[in-house]
Write a protein that binds this ligand. Structure first.
Ligand code: FAD
Length: 332
């Protein structure tokens, strides 16, 4: 894979975020179409059917997060039930990604646990895995605790995301692996929420270095690792880290402390990418025989979702502008 340098686009990103907010909604819709599968589950199914021809598997996200009343959680419960039905009906190689705050985590923890447990139970009937996306630092521990609690209740079809920008992440990996053993199943990423310097790395290189270390640590602890990055140094590192451990395309997982291959999973690892981002790398990895999963967001609240993502991390705006002006840097 080529290497890439030159980060730190914050100011330009902030300018672009301001500008985007002034643009008419239809224009933003045109841009968002690339990154959001559509308004309903049927649109998401159409996108997945197309991408499965490129060897991809999927994780499906119903757009939306932090709710203000528990009634709103019902929308997500019902919609994810529809997603489960669509996966089964269309025989898709797909699992779910959910945001715990959309299930009420910041309003009523007990109800959020009940809502999530119900979803896990429905998903487990068809051997479908549920990934808890990681939101901002307010819910890091609470999200980890949900996974630990659900495993202790016997649900093995659940795992979370850890964010390498947070200082705590390597400790979280170690302690979760100790508690879950071969059941530890992570997505590891940089983290999209720009957290305070007192709890997180804030510059590009330390984040990349931390992410490389976290991938190594997860692999050495026998965990299942979803490598979620479009960044060449990370992907290159992951490929050589796998090779060093006798893992990779066409190989079974040689780690004695790792889980058996489960339905919908690879041999100890997979690559994960966002819909619309660097499809050329994804297709290349897939062609080489690596399991590649595309994150498929859909839903009515695409505008609010896109604006929140831009506010949280203005670099996203820079990536989007770059891919519009220099399409060769990011092929769909
Ligand atoms: P970057 O250096 O940011 O990106 C590398 C290159 O990829 C860029 O130069 C650009 O060309 C392209 N690119 C990256 N992002 C975009 C974009 N949005 N639009 C257009 N081009 C882009 N973060 C969380 O905090 N919690 C989560 O639960 C979570 N889940 C994720 C799930 C998946 C499958 C992926 C891929 C990411 C997820 N993230 C999550 C986001 C992640 O933390 C990073 O913010 C994001 O992936 C960008 O980091 P990068 O490693 O791709 O590197």
């Amino acid at each position: 894979m080529p290497r890439e340098r030159g980060k730190g686009m914050g100011l330009f990103g902030r300018f672009m975020v301001g500008l985007t907010k002034c643009l008419p909604r239809f224009f933003v819709a045109g841009v968002a179409r690339r990154y959001v599968a559509g308004k309903d589950v049927e649109s998401a199914v159409r996108v997945m059917k197309k991408l499965s021809k490129e060897g991809a598997c999927f994780t499906i996200d119903v757009l939306g997060e932090e709710i203000s009343t528990l009634d709103e959680a019902q929308f997500f419960i019902d919609e994810y039930d529809r997603v489960l039905a669509a996966i089964v009906e269309n025989d898709l190689d797909a699992n779910l990604s959910i945001k715990p705050t959309a299930f009420g985590l910041l309003i009523d923890e007990k109800r959020a646990y009940e809502n999530i447990e119900r979803l896990l139970s429905n998903a487990a009937k068809n051997g479908i895995f549920v990934r808890l996306d990681m939101e901002d630092h307010r819910v890091t521990q609470a999200t980890i605790d949900i996974v630990l609690s659900m495993h202790s209740k016997g649900f093995k079809n659940v795992g979370t995301v850890l964010q390498s920008r947070l200082f705590r992440t390597s400790d979280d990996i170690t302690s979760m692996c100790e508690k879950l053993g071969p059941g530890a199943d992570f997505r590891i990423c940089k983290g999209v929420y720009l957290e305070d310097g007192s709890i997180s790395h804030t510059d590009y290189q330390p984040i990349v270095d931390a992410l490389k270390n976290d991938i190594d640590l997860m692999l050495d602890k026998g965990a299942y690792v979803g490598i979620a990055s479009h960044d060449y140094p990370i992907i290159n590192h992951a490929l050589s880290a796998l090779e060093k451990r006798g893992m990779g395309s066409g190989k079974s997982d040689p780690r004695s402390d790792a889980a058996e291959i489960r339905k919908g999973k690879g041999a100890g690892y997979e690559f994960q990418m966002l819909l619309g981002v660097r499809g050329n790398i994804r297709r290349k990895l897939s062609k080489e025989g690596h399991r590649t999963r595309v994150y498929i967001p859909y839903g009515l609240r695409w505008y609010e979702y896109s604006m929140r993502r831009l506010d949280e991390n203005p670099d996203v705006a820079t990536h989007i502008v770059k891919s519009l002006l220099m399409p060769w840097t990011n092929r769909r």
